[in-house]
Design a protein around this ligand. Sequence first.
Ligand SMILES: *Cc1c(COP(=O)(O)O)cnc(C)c1O
Length: 392
Amino acid sequence: MKTDISTRCIHLKQTNKHAKHFGAISYPIYQTATYAHPGVGQTTGYDYSRLQNPTREQLEKIVASLEDGVDALAFSSGMAAIATLMEIFEPGDHLIIDSDLYGGSIRLFDNISRKNGITFSAVDCCQENIVSYIKDETKAIYIETPTNPMMNITDIEALSKIAKQHALLLVVDNTFLSPYFQNPLNLGADIVIHSGTKYLGGHNDTLAGFLITSSHKMSEKLRFFIKTTGAGLSPFDSWLIMRGIKTLAIRMEKAQENTLKIVDWLLLQKSVSKVIYPGIATHPGHQVMKKQSRGFGAIITFLVNDKTFAQEVLENIKIIQFAESLGGVETLMTYPITQTHADLSPKLLEKNGITEKVLRLSVGIEAADDLIADLQAAFIKAEEKLYERKKY
Ligand SMILES: *Cc1c(COP(=O)(O)O)cnc(C)c1O
């Protein structure tokens, strides 16, 4: 019987589990770089921790189970995972990427992948006709849904049909929703990416990344790259992410519950010109998300009327921290234009609508009323500042 995802966050189905580790409930940290061989030509199954480590392997099995994948590989960061993924491509290959992606992914594609001979077409995957961008050299479509930070929604199943028709890989960075709310492999994607730094770890204390695959062949390819290039997650950090995952379900539920309350509050503010959250019924991706996800997540992007107002809010929030990142128990506010998306070209910033008036909130699990009171106080300060400026 397949258990619910909340249970799978805590229990990995294991054979003969009591024989191992003296029945330890918390999986041990195998802090070892290498392993003694029982004899010549013999192995315990582990030879060197760059290849594999029991703690990392346990975490990988848990993440594979959460995403319904054949295999998962744990990396030292989300970017390490994406950089390793790019090794499957050859010079001359072409990728179709969503134009609104995590800024670090765009930086990698623009500065490193291009240098290695890979070309890209950045396409608004939820609006434009993808097929018209497919060339003979096209090998993959790479998306995020919801996108970062504009929260555009792509229909994964529909896109996977196009990908299959043209023999392309469909890669989905599923960081924003976590496996708790969305499982792209079940919708036809071939590879799922996670920055484990975000919801999986959940405590803003550890960097990690994952690639989850739907085929053994792809997994073997990627295992060769992790062994060769060495970006695997350390045993201790693997353990921290495993501990984080145990509370994934309850954190996601609480963060989303808080988000709905904050969205309602933001919608009433006269200094807020737009609230972008796919849980709002008028959001263009609302219906698609209802079909493909189990929740709308806990990230809100909102636009304010004035640049000074945005900056004053950032300077006056007290419980909410002004910091880059998302997905942790702490509520964080990000200024995409100077933080996550600082390396984007002015043209792409404009195309995506990332201006000085755009703020992003990653809602944590504090009391919603305290978060709203914090926002309220910061908004009042920001309004005073604007008023003063107009007076003189
Ligand atoms: C943070 C993030 C990454 C990069 O992950 P790191 O762990 O910071 O290297 C990739 N994709 C998305 C959507 C992210 O939010």
